[in-house]
Design a protein around this ligand. Structure first.
Ligand code: SF4
Ligand code: SF4
Length: 112
């Protein structure tokens, strides 16, 4: 669906897989929708469904480590990359690089 606001298409040349700031310190806030779970089931990743954590609004969320970092952040090649990038939830896809929320997160994470 076309978006009326230009902001969600912002990118500013930022590479999320090199940054990962918004994948940290957000326990219970990255909510997982039914369509995300259906995608995981189609890809036979029931482990992702089984590891869901309680999130805000009594909805399921991505699991986090004790410091709030997403359990799926970090690959053998890069500590900030997403290890389930192709299967990441819609909430992660919607957090647009270069948006106001992104830039605020990067400032808070000292990556501005
Ligand atoms: S959306 Fe912004 S803060 Fe999040 S990983 Fe991408 S560049 Fe970093
Ligand atoms: S699933 Fe991937 S993109 Fe989403 S918060 Fe976790 S590491 Fe970040």
């Amino acid at each position: 669906m076309p978006n009326a606001s230009p902001e969600p298409q912002a990118n500013l040349g930022l590479d999320c897989r090199e940054c990962g700031v918004c994948c940290r310190g957000r326990p219970g806030t990255v909510l997982v929708e039914a369509r995300d779970q259906e995608l995981w089931e189609r890809h036979r990743r029931l482990d992702l469904v089984e590891r869901l954590a309680p999130g805000h609004f009594s909805l399921p969320a991505l699991p986090t480590r004790s410091d709030g970092q997403c359990l799926y952040q970090g690959t053998p090649e890069h500590p900030h990359d997403c290890s389930i990038y192709g299967l990441r939830p819609q909430a992660c896809r919607d957090f647009t690089a270069g948006s106001a929320a992104c830039l605020a997160a990067r400032r808070a994470g000292r990556r501005d």
